[in-house]
Design a binder for this molecule. Sequence first.
Ligand SMILES: [Zn+2]
Ligand SMILES: [Zn+2]
Length: 154
Amino acid sequence: MGERLKDIHLSKSSVTDRVRTVNIQTAHCPNGCDLMCEDIKIHDLNSICVKIHYKDQEGLLHIDPEFGSYEHISEVAIPDGEVVRFSCPHCGVSLVDESETCRTCSAPVFTMILPNEGEVSGCLRKGCFDHTLKIESFEVLQLRIDEDFVKVIM
Ligand SMILES: [Zn+2]
Ligand SMILES: [Zn+2]
């Protein structure tokens, strides 16, 4: 039993080591507003702050910038399976990507710009877990070759 637990722990940490290279350090809305938040840190990293809209409620959502980790902080409680919208907390522009839908559940997706690196997009349905990081920068090209894309749970 002890042996088994140890194996699980090791495989988990190897995944974390691999994805740690793609922590998001900069993220912009389509209008160029900086979405990083220094006031709320997750794993000692600046969180990514977006405005979350659900029915008639809205609030701030601080997204965990570490891929493979899901410790997001939301001001609005969202039931699993519900679809939300994201907007820029600074200029109000919608972060919903009208040109794409989730490959898993067909819900709308959001996109954020990662300057000089690419973009990150993800499903807006709570609990869907289909999130894709599209990286364009050379430093992380290796990662793209290895996995094509990185799935992220939000
Ligand atoms: Zn903005
Ligand atoms: Zn989905």
